[in-house]
Design a protein around this ligand. Structure first.
Ligand SMILES: [Zn+2]
Length: 232
């Protein structure tokens, strides 16, 4: 019962669910723009035939023949892929935070290395990496897999890494009424590695600190040490 609890994750598995959300505009790799909270889901399903028509148009626009054998099934395949990559738009991650347990534990709970793959909203190219999520409970704790599921749902949306980091932190802060929440995300962005400046190997780190992690330097240092410290 003493000291921090650290859990090395567990690959976040796809966590289908339901509920609602809006989109906002920030930049892909680091500038910040206006941001709206992206918590719930829109509730609408992906329009597959519409994606298929659009993909066919793209193929024509790049000078391909969408009717050649190798491309015949491509629009439908891409449609299914987008339905999967953007499944978080129609889901509310809060369904995973409804069940919690009362426990008088007021040290850090940390789940490290939750892998995810999201989509940059500026290029519709994937960015992928790991999320580290920590909180200090305020009388209630949730199952560890639920934290991974929250990351999974939020990751399956077109967005920028900065907003994804904030959304996870805000959601857990609100839902758990935690004394503090810290979210650190490290990711590699395809839009930086395969196009534009083409810098493979570069990664982006974002963090969101709430509650005591924001106002107490030693708590913040402790959680960063737990994420990156000894044994890593
Ligand atoms: Zn991008």
């Amino acid at each position: 019962m003493f000291g921090p609890r650290i859990y090395d994750s567990v690959m976040a598995k796809t966590a289908p669910s339901d509920l609602t959300l809006p989109a906002s505009g920030e930049s892909c790799c680091s500038e910040n723009g206006p941001s709206e909270p992206l918590i719930g889901g829109r509730g609408s399903a992906v329009d597959l035939p519409r994606i298929e028509r659009a993909v066919r148009e793209i193929l024509l626009a790049v000078g391909e023949n969408p009717d050649r054998e190798g491309l015949l099934e491509t629009p439908a395949r891409v449609g299914r892929m987008y339905a999967e990559m953007f499944s978080g738009l129609s889901q509310d991650p809060r369904i995973h935070t409804q069940k919690f347990f009362s426990e008088q534990y007021d040290e850090v709970v940390l789940v490290r290395d939750i892998s995810f793959c999201s989509m940059c909203e500026h290029h519709l190219l994937p960015f992928m990496g790991t999320a580290h999520v920590a909180y200090i409970p305020n009388g209630k704790v949730i199952g560890l897999s639920k934290i991974a599921r929250v990351v999974e749902v939020i990751s399956r949306r077109p967005q920028v890494q900065e907003r994804m980091t904030e959304d996870i932190a805000n959601l857990l802060g609100d839902e758990l009424d935690a004394k503090g929440v810290a979210v650190v995300i490290e990711a590699s962005h395809s839009c930086m590695t395969i196009r534009g400046v083409k810098k493979p190997g570069s990664s982006m780190v974002t963090s969101a600190m709430k509650g005591v992690f924001r106002c107490n330097l030693s708590s913040r240092a402790e959680v960063m040490q737990l994420i990156y410290g000894r044994g890593r």
